[in-house]
Design a protein around this ligand. Structure first.
Ligand SMILES: Cc1ncc(COP(=O)(O)O)c(C=O)c1O
Length: 355
């Protein structure tokens, strides 16, 4: 009688890491496990990725969570501001902060703890985080003047790697290559999309996230075509099967009308569990391997589906919302979002199980 349940498949996550290795055979892999392992559970994912060379998180809190769970690999903090306490903890736990703003240099100049390895982020054109190439010499000089700080390498992030024909990616790669040409250290550019579609961006260390969870970031290819396996199977029970007359409306706002007398299923998951409220009628749901399209509005605790294709579906059967035969990217497209958001928005009401 479990309501919404997310089963996390460690073998799938490990398999997807092998796919990263196959696609980028010469690079080391820092697995992106920020935002609680993209909603899958950061420590579960990190343990499943025991073969990764390191991890990438957003913040100090996320880095601490991994260390305290026994993860002893390098952990880069991608977007953590620095102050005296953060620097101290980064030194104590051997985290690798990414330096993306002058305010962080000020904090490092007052740091007196154990040796600290840092990455320097270059803004190669995305204009979110990082130093403009013109400032790199100055940044390097300030960091090299610090006895306790060592530059591990240089990184950048790509704005449009998920769209293979966009000219921005080669332009960013050129800016990064020129900016780092005279600097020693490792180079890291690639997110999942660049692992899959831009071999020139593989460099020394790749930082894939979403592909490890079995979703394709590419606009033109699905996850199965890259042999990626879904890491999360989200399911919920059919809690009612009702026969409704022709011409009746279903759910809040009466937005969907039965074209004929038909059975409507009610499934025990809604936006209170993180299922996207704006998923429209037609969004696929799976029962016993059969597609039963969502009809009407998503409620807090329930969704309603068209059971005309599933005459045998019975109360108590479990429906798949994504994973397990239903590509999360297809659901995301219907809901006008991305798999990243679907994963991250699941609420604590969902029961997580690890297999
Ligand atoms: C700096 C950085 N590197 C790597 C990643 C991983 O990206 P993806 O999940 O698209 O592979 C992210 C994710 O947003 C990121 O911000």
């Amino acid at each position: 009688m479990i309501r919404a349940r997310a089963v996390i498949d460690r073998a799938a996550i490990a398999h997807n890491l092998m796919r990263v290795r196959a696609m980028a055979p010469h690079a080391r892999v820092y697995a992106a496990v920020k935002a609680d392992g993209y909603g899958h559970g950061a420590t579960t994912v990190a343990h499943a990725l025991a073969e990764a060379d390191g991890f990438a998180v957003s913040s100090l809190d996320e880095a601490l969570q991994l260390r305290w769970a026994g993860i002893d690999k390098p952990i880069a903090m991608l977007s953590q501001q620095l102050d005296a306490t953060v620097c101290e903890q980064a030194g104590e736990y051997a985290f690798e902060p990414v330096i993306f703003h002058a305010s962080q240099l000020d904090a490092l100049e007052h740091y007196i703890g154990p040796a600290l390895k840092v990455w320097v982020k270059i803004d190669s054109g995305m204009h979110r985080l990082g130093f403009a190439p013109a400032y790199l010499d100055e940044v390097q000089a300030r960091l090299e003047a610090l006895e306790r700080v060592e530059i591990v390498g240089w990184l950048t992030h790509l704005a449009c790697a998920d769209e293979p024909s966009r000219p921005e990616t080669p332009a960013q790669l050129a800016v990064f290559a020129e900016a780092t040409a005279n600097h020693r250290g490792l180079r890291s550019i690639a997110n999942s999309a660049a692992v899959l579609a831009w071999p020139d961006a593989h460099a020394d260390i790749v930082r894939p996230g979403i592909m490890l969870y079995g979703s394709s970031p590419m606009c033109d290819r699905d996850a199965a075509s890259y042999d990626l396996k879904p890491a999360m199977h989200l399911s919920a029970p059919l809690i009612a099967r009702n026969h409704i007359a022709a011409g009746e409306t279903i759910g809040y706002g009466a937005t969907w009308r039965t074209p004929e007398a038909m059975d409507i299923g009610v499934i025990g998951i809604g936006y209170g569990d993180g299922y996207p409220r704006h998923a429209p009628s037609g969004t696929p749901v799976l029962i016993d391997g059969v597609r039963v399209p969502l009809v009407g509005r998503v409620s807090m605790d329930m969704i309603t589906v068209d059971l005309r294709n599933a005459p045998n579906a019975a109360v108590g059967d479990r429906a798949t919302l994504w994973g397990g035969g239903l590509d999360v990217d297809e659901v995301a497209r219907h809901a006008d979002t991305i798999a990243y958001e679907l994963f991250c928005r699941l609420t604590p009401r969902v029961r997580f199980e690890v297999v």
